[in-house]
Design a protein around this ligand. Structure first.
Ligand SMILES: NC(=O)c1ccc[n+]([C@@H]2O[C@H](COP(=O)([O-])OP(=O)(O)OC[C@H]3O[C@@H](n4cnc5c(N)ncnc54)[C@H](O)[C@@H]3O)[C@@H](O)[C@H]2O)c1
Length: 377
């Protein structure tokens, strides 16, 4: 008989949907001792949250998240709300002995993140942060290849996350999805929203970042705020680029913007080592590009590995070789790993403590941009 993990999810927006889908599908594809149960979903509007609960099969609803975290019939709290709510919710969940799956970025800043780490470690509860791109099979494969030493010494790490959806000055700040343009809700702009993903993957693949030199820009300086109805100063970074040095001596180059006309969600990364290079692109997420200088000269060139074979990470659980999977599966993989780790009594990466490292890099990036100086992480 499977053990139950009764989920209480807060927020039913974009991430609420990806997570609900993952909880529903995971045991259809992965053999697990623990099975998630959609026990309750919480948001402020009762009618809307009930409609979400009916659509996805949640057994109950709450409109006050404090009630949810106190419920005795909930084992794990899933935080899918804007960034400014993560800390308060995580502290309350930990105080009630709940496991926590928290959306990224962990917090608004390092100080908040440190409080959250202290709280969950004191409570001794299982925890993870949804940096889901680690669990794209091609990215996990990149990790395996790097760890096997095939690249040799690593010289360069390069990542971009480009979008174009905030170019119009008519967009307000605040409200559903647009809370991302409001510094009070988001903490920062593309740095915490998009570069945080690039930084998490980079640290995972290439180790810690030692220091950074960054520039940011806010192209549209004022926008109407949905809460006040007034035109207010925009406090987020619309674009950010930074250079860094990794602890292993390699150099990093990162860029993110929501003003790259034509790009919707172009997350790319490239790593250049002494023997070989790796390249990956979210728009073609089931492929890993691989160049090996040790190949025979006349056939040497970039190879495109179609990451669909059963010996590729996670792929055995899905279809047959040659048939690919997509974005939503990264969340299924994270739930599968969380449940597997729970059964084995192991931490599920990235834990709050690991995600705090990304927060420290984000803070160093913003501080470097503000001061026009290199900053140590
Ligand atoms: N892992 C990823 O790739 C990824 C992608 C998008 C967003 N995110 C993160 O997920 C989080 C949510 O983002 P989103 O895109 O789902 O936002 P969203 O605007 O689509 O949804 C936010 C949800 O939070 C709810 N909410 C807001 N205030 C609340 C309160 N006081 N009590 C209860 N519910 C409340 C809203 O009703 C809404 O359902 C953010 O931290 C964001 O950075 C991560």
């Amino acid at each position: 008989m499977a053990k139950q993990l009764r989920i209480g999810m807060i927020g039913y927006g974009f991430m609420g949907r990806t997570h609900s889908n993952a909880y529903r599908r995971v045991t259809n594809f992965f053999d697990l001792e623990y099975h998630p149960v959609l026990q309750a979903v919480c948001a402020r509007n009762a009618e809307q949250v009930q409609a979400f609960a009916d659509r996805w099969g949640y057994a109950s609803i709450e409109t006050d998240w404090r009630k949810l975290v106190e419920r005795k019939d909930i084992d794990a709290i899933d935080i899918c709300t804007p960034n400014n709510l993560h800390k308060e919710m995580a502290l309350a969940a930990a105080a009630n002995g709940k496991m926590i799956l928290c959306e990224k970025p962990l917090s608004m800043n390092t100080a908040e993140g440190e409080e959250m780490v202290a709280a969950i470690e004191k409570a001794g509860v299982a925890n993870t942060v949804w940096y889901n791109y680690r669990r794209v099979p091609a990215v996990t494969l990149a990790k395996q290849i790097i760890d096997s030493g095939k690249l040799g010494r690593i010289f360069h790490y390069r990542a971009n996350f480009l979008q174009d959806w905030t170019i119009s000055s008519d967009l307000p700040q605040g409200g559903a999805a647009l809370w991302r343009l409001d510094a009070a809700a988001a903490g920062s702009g593309v740095t915490g929203d998009l570069l945080a993903h690039c930084i998490d993957t980079a640290i995972w693949l290439n180790g810690s970042i030692a220091n950074v030199s960054a520039m940011t820009e806010t192209f549209i300086k004022e926008r109407t705020h949905t809460l006040t109805g007034k035109v207010e100063k925009v406090g987020i970074d619309d674009a950010c680029a930074f250079l860094c040095r990794f602890q292993n001596g390699s150099l990093g180059l990162f860029e993110s913007t929501r003003y790259a006309r034509g790009h919707k969600a172009l997350y790319t990364l490239e790593i250049n080592g002494e023997n070989a290079s790796i390249r990956w692109d979210l728009h073609d997420l089931h492929r890993l590009q691989w160049f090996d200088h040790r190949d025979e000269g006349i056939v040497r060139g970039w190879r495109s590995i179609h990451v669909t074979d059963s010996d590729h990470p996670y792929m055995k659980a899905w279809w047959v070789p040659g048939l690919q999977i997509g974005y939503e599966h990264t969340f299924v993989h994270q739930v599968a790993d969380f449940l597997q780790c729970l059964a084995e009594g192991k931490p599920c990466s990235p834990t709050f403590r690991e995600a705090l490292e990304t927060q420290k890099v984000c803070d160093a990036v913003l501080s470097s941009a503000a001061s026009h100086q290199w900053k140590n992480v």
